[in-house]
Design a protein around this ligand. Structure first.
Ligand SMILES: Nc1ncnc2c1ncn2[C@@H]1O[C@H](COP(=O)(O)OP(=O)(O)OP(=O)(O)O)[C@@H](O)[C@H]1O
Ligand SMILES: [Mg+2]
Length: 247
């Protein structure tokens, strides 16, 4: 049975998509059958894999208009792309009974085909993100080492607690991963210490360093392991992938 992991943080630009794409590719490189799902109407995960030719996307499959036809990236990795239409989903589904369970229902039929299903959430804690948390076994929070990021965590953890209580008792925090980290910046080291003191074991040992190759890879339509296999980004994300597999 595939383990479902949501990468979530309502703060924008913290590395949710970069982390989902890189961990998905890292898992596939390790021979694990992986499905990455783009749950953001910005479609950044979709474009970062260079996927353009597809029928099924998260909008039309969640609405039940098409079945879950994923797009194959390589032998081990597939993606369910997104569509800009997904931005209307919440409004359109406002009166739908069980609207928080639509993704869970959709994934039940494919769970046994994958080792991991990774969900790239949008920077918004609306219905699509609630669907992600309702179906996930674990959630992982990419976090920028800034003071404001820590403030946003409280709100996020309130939501994950409510989802656990009301919709998905099996939901657990997989961990917090610091992204775009620069060890030479005092602020970054300070924040890492604060998060470590607060969350202890839940802070991943791997920190994702600031690395230009990670910012460049999406425009090449390939993953960091193909784009720059010797980069710090590839090294960090392989280490993070191995930590996640051990959870
Ligand atoms: N470790 C890193 N070093 C340098 N640049 C990075 C790193 N991680 C991500 N980036 C860049 O930072 C930007 C934001 O990253 P990303 O799109 O992954 O964040 P996000 O949380 O998914 O954003 P959104 O909330 O808009 O969905 C992107 O341009 C990305 O290429
Ligand atoms: Mg994103």
């Amino acid at each position: 049975m595939g383990k479902i992991i949501a990468f979530i943080n309502q703060k924008g630009g913290v590395g949710k998509t970069t982390t989902t794409a890189s961990v998905a590719s890292g898992m596939a490189h390790l021979g694990l059958k992986t499905l990455a799902i783009d749950l953001d109407a910005q479609c950044n995960l979709t474009t970062s894999f260079g996927v353009t030719d597809f029928r099924a996307n998260t909008y039309n499959t969640l609405k039940g208009e098409l079945g879950l036809e994923s797009t194959k990236i390589d032998e081990h990795l597939a993606i369910l792309p997104s569509s800009v239409d997904l931005s209307a989903f919440e409004l359109e589904m406002s009166a739908e009974p069980g609207k928080e369970y639509l993704l869970k229902e959709l994934l039940e039929s494919v769970l046994d085909q994958y080792d991991y299903i990774l969900l790239d959430c949008s920077p918004n804690l609306g219905l699509v993100s609630i669907n992600a948390l309702t179906t996930a076994d674990l959630y992982i929070i990419p976090l920028l080492p800034h003071h404001l990021s820590i403030q946003g965590l409280t709100k996020l953890l309130e939501i994950t607690d409510k989802v656990k209580k009301r919709l998905n008792p099996g939901l657990e925090m997989g961990g917090i991963v610091l992204t775009q980290y620069n060890n030479r910046k005092v602020l970054h080291r300070d924040i890492a210490q604060v998060v470590q003191e607060h969350f202890g074991q839940k802070l991943f040992k791997t920190v994702i360093r600031e690395n230009i190759s990670l910012a460049e890879a999406p425009s090449s339509g390939t993953d960091i392991f193909q784009y720059a296999p010797k980069s710090n980004g590839a090294e960090d994300y392989l280490n993070l992938t191995k930590e996640i597999i051990k959870l």
